[in-house]
Design a protein around this ligand. Structure first.
Ligand code: AMP
Length: 389
């Protein structure tokens, strides 16, 4: 979670993520450390340090930290799961990485996620485009919002990302990166798009797609969900960072990866109802009005046998315990009253249709297991639209 802050300063000085949002501090040994704001830079640092065999395919999962303005879907601590492939320029690697992410969203059951792709060109092409864009934005400065004007000074490309209505006209008429792509970048991008077509991944080209970090070259992409607020609708993204390993002192090495934002992906899952309801997940609720230790021992025995069970506490009345049984969503309630307790029995009540049977208390666990096993799976477990991978 900690990284030498210099790793991030070397690669992203011009970006908000590094210059404004990074948590950095001096440790007791006088080193300047950062709580990592992202993980690609650390993967490239590790590559430059250890020089593994290529292609090097790795993945990560864990928290990142950015001092952002917290709001729904934008947190100061958030989790990412990501993959990186280093050591290949082949556009088919781009296709492999993008389609892996696409297939994952689909396998989760998300249907309202779409893929935006763009090419930011090679370093020099991107620089020429940035110069042209800066000149254009300078000419239109007075029509931009105050925040876009500030962004323009630090990182003109990010102005294209502005979601403010005041900036829409200037952004719409801005020069586009595609005019600046050289033949090699163009060929690479066309191969990526063709590859996506051939594996059946639908894409939308978005000339305005620039990413938060400066190191991207050529292919960039983002997955957006229209089930989320538009300001925080990116559930993941990535791209090529061919110069990054060299910037960190390693050999010139091509690389591409993506990071999936776990928090937002889960928000999208909630908003699409992918996991169904998770309420009422116990199978059995024990109602004990005999005031003995029946509830304690039976609930315990059920849990030990792998049956999810719950009970009431505080010597509540029969009525109140039955209400709790109802709320729990349990398929069966087990009732132990004074009569049952003295007879060594209990009543098993089917909560759906109210039918009741009596069984011996020492046979309650196998009896309930058998009854639960006979039920269709959906009646004892929360309903899931689709099994998560
Ligand atoms: P990035 O590292 O900025 O390219 O972000 C990749 C993905 O991480 C985004 O598409 C989001 O899903 C997620 N993400 C980035 N920043 C945040 C944040 N502050 N809070 C929650 N998710 C985030």
């Amino acid at each position: 979670m900690f990284e030498d802050a210099g790793v991030f300063h070397r690669i992203g000085e011009g970006t908000d993520v590094v210059s404004k949002e990074m948590y950095d501090f001096e440790d007791k040994g006088g080193r300047t450390l950062a709580l990592r704001p992202e993980q690609t830079a650390s993967v490239c640092r590790a590559f430059a340090q250890h020089r593994p065999q290529t292609p090097w395919k790795v993945w990560y999962a864990g928290p990142n930290f950015r001092y952002e303005r917290s709001q729904a879907g934008r947190y100061r601590q958030f989790d990412q799961v990501g993959v990186e492939v280093l050591g290949s320029d082949d556009p088919e690697v781009d296709v492999e990485v993008i389609s892996l992410a696409w297939d994952f969203y689909r396998a989760l059951g998300l249907t309202r996620v779409s893929l935006l792709v763009n090419s930011l060109g090679e370093g020099e092409e991107r620089q020429r485009y940035e110069a042209e864009l800066t000149a254009y934005l300078g000419r239109r400065r007075d029509s931009l919002s105050e925040s876009a004007r500030a962004t323009m000074e630090r990182n003109p490309l990010r102005v294209l990302d502005s979601k403010r209505p005041e900036d829409a006209a200037v952004v719409a008429e801005a020069p586009t990166m595609s005019e600046f792509l050289g033949s090699s970048s163009r060929r690479h991008f066309e191969s990526v798009l063709g590859g996506l077509d051939s594996v059946g991944v639908p894409w939308v080209r978005s000339e305005r797609l620039v990413r938060g970090l400066d190191y991207y070259r050529r292919t960039t992409f983002e997955f957006v969900s229209d089930s989320l607020e538009s300001a925080q609708n990116a559930v993941g993204g990535g791209g090529r960072y061919d110069g990054l390993v060299a910037d960190l002192g390693g050999p010139a090495t091509g690389g591409i990866g993506f990071a999936l934002g776990l928090d937002r992906t889960l928000l999208a899952c909630d908003s699409e109802g992918v996991f169904g309801t998770t309420e009422g997940t116990v199978s059995v609720f024990v109602v004990d009005t005999a005031g003995s230790s029946g509830a304690l021992s039976l609930t315990h025995a059920l849990r030990r046998a792998g049956v999810s069970a719950d009970r009431a506490f505080d010597g509540k009345s029969m009525k109140s315990q039955m209400k709790a049984a109802d709320r729990s969503g349990a398929a069966y309630a087990v009732l132990i009253g004074p009569d049952e307790q003295s007879a060594g029995t209990c009543i098993v009540r089917d909560m759906a249709d109210g039918t009741q049977t009596t069984c011996r208390i020492d046979e309650a666990v196998p009896t309930l297991r058998a009854m639960l096993d006979r039920r269709p799976a959906t009646s004892t477990a929360p309903s899931t639209k689709k099994e998560a991978p």
